[in-house]
Design a protein around this ligand. Sequence first.
Ligand code: FAD
Length: 463
Amino acid sequence: MHAEVLVLGAGPGGYSAAFRAADLGKKVVLVERWETLGGVCLNVGCIPSKALLHAAKVVDESQEMGEHGISFGAPAIDIDRLRGWKEGVVKRLTGGLSGLAKQRKVTVVRGTGQFLSLNQVEVQGPEGRKVVSFDQAIIAAGSEPVTLPFIPHDDPRVIDSTGALALDGVPERLLVLGGGIIGLEMATVYHALGAKVTVVELMDQIIPGADKDVVAPLMKRISRKYAAIYLRTKVTKVEATPEGLVAHFEGGSAPATGTYDKVLVAVGRRPNGRLIGAENAGVRVDERGFVPVDRQQRTNVPHIFAIGDIVGQPMLAHKAVHEAHVAAEVAAGHKAAFDAKVIPSVAYTDPEVAWVGLTENEAKAKGIKVGKGVFPWAASGRSLSLGRDEGMTKLLFDEATHRLLGCGIVGPNAGDLVAEAALAIEMGADAQDIALTIHPHPTLSETIGMAAEMFEGTITDLI
Ligand code: FAD
């Protein structure tokens, strides 16, 4: 079998690259070891987690409406139906991808691919061994959860994000190891389903990538709800005992040990660079397993490209898709380069935390002088009418030019709202551009206009 463009891995990076290359007239072979297309994001990441987070939000909101005059009974959770619904959402999307691949005549070869040489990949799959030769290749083999040497990962009570999304029952006591986006999203789900959740985080704040003030409303809310959140705390060991998993803590305000029914390890993801036989093609893989690339997504071997989680941080689906388009276009002879100024990040917790561009922490560390406009959602009529007042929109502007450099938002739907700031940064918008843009009232998007007005000093009363 021969491919003009061979794509290794069918996650958001891989399928986007394959589809774009096919649209540009290339004969494409897409190699994927899993039964369905879509990679981590569709099968065991972005999509199933968001389905379960929606269910969690419905549970939480129905309970909180009691304070505003409408009471519902305690939720009756049918875990099998919930799992079935989540699986249905995933199936619809992965099935849709298969259809799109067929439409474009992308040949999908199922199996694990390894480079054999500069122009060949060997695929070991359910139908045996196949060798696919290629003119150009795009590596999109993604990443996998980090494991820790002092945790008994072979104990079924120790789970990673994939295990958590499998929704194999709800533990009474859940320890979430890692207060980053994935850990906190899963904590949100399991708390709503009835688990007593403890979160342990090594750093001095949850979601360490975002500014502390942006994360503070989330911290406040979950501190009230969860059994405990231990910051500046290390887990040194987890012991498997018949009574439960005993975690040993060091530092922070944590006790010496705690016993849990399940431990979710969510301490990050590592790239799959060492699992693809890259050395046989002469493709450089760094010491952490990332495949270094240039702005055209080319590896050190000019006809082999790499995209997505395997090339570096941030490990996000939308970054993978944009890199995929660049790689496919360059492979098809077009002039393209990855030129994004910023890549937004979102934690789909409740409240959501979203940020894009420069954070205040980064501005300080880099000595960049910024001015800020902060709009508290306690003054947003829309936020109050959602029964929520803890949100905040913060814009960071270049002190000299007043151009937008960064944005942090916390509150319901922050993830949707941050897209406006990403566009503003890409377009080089300044505070006046944003303040003079008429935002619909009453919406949460107004808080972006108002934050710009706060910076400009032209704020008007608006509720
Ligand atoms: P992947 O999606 O990892 O896909 C790689 C594919 O390559 C896989 O299908 C794998 O089976 C295949 N593969 C690997 N090696 C081989 C081989 N040798 N042969 C054949 N096939 C191979 N990102 C967001 O932007 N938003 C979110 O809300 C979000 N939520 C997440 C929630 C969770 C729980 C997790 C775990 C991740 C989440 N992410 C989210 C991250 C997102 O899933 C990844 O950034 C994205 O999937 C990366 O895409 P990719 O194409 O680089 O690789």
